[in-house]
Each structure stands twice: as C-alpha cells, then as structure tokens.
Design a protein. Sequence first.
Length: 124
Amino acid sequence: MKKYRSYYFILLLLIIFLGIFSRKFEAIPLCTGDFLYAVMMYVFIRIVLIDKKGIQIMITSLLICYGIEFSQLCQATWINELRPTLFGRYLLGQGFLWSDILAYTCGVFVAFIIERIALKRKLL
C-alpha cells in the first residue's frame, strides 16, 4: 500500500482543486463542496494511515467530518473569530447543517467504494 501514497497525494490535490472550483460557480450546488470535502478527508486519512483497512479509514474520516460539523454548534468567541478567515471558512465551516452531515456521509462512502473497486481492479 505504501507505494500508492504518491497517487493518493496527487488525488488529494485534484480534489482540493475541484472543491475550491465548486465554490466559485453558483450553478454548482453547495453540497458538492461538502461532498468533496469528505472525499478529501478520506484521501488525506488514507495518506496518513496508508496501511489501515478501508473501513477504518471510512470511520475515522466520518468522525473527523462529523466532529468539525458539530463544532459549528460551538459559539465561543475565539472560534467565531477564526471562522471568517480563509482557513476558518474552509476548515471549520460557517454553521451547522444536517445536509452537510448527509453530504459527508455520501462523500466518504463513495470514496470508500471507489477505492475498493480501484484496488480490486488494480487501477491504483
């Protein structure tokens, strides 16, 4: 699996580009960015924990995405001051939405399924 780390990194950069691109056009639904954020998180966790099973990567990615989303319910002054910044907007988000939870779940699940298919067919 370690030999695939560079492929995952290239994929991570592509997903980040697509995620930023998706926010620039009003014709693309906002949930697309949340979906891609979850896919990005899956790929990032895969890079960090390259030898772990896909199900472990999926659960870890979901927990991180859910944790970030639920952190938006926290309205502490220090975190609210971070949210308007570029870093805060992309990493912490602006406000809690159940639709984001659904988008994250779908994104991580799709990433997991695509990875399984790609590994089974030796595409990675």
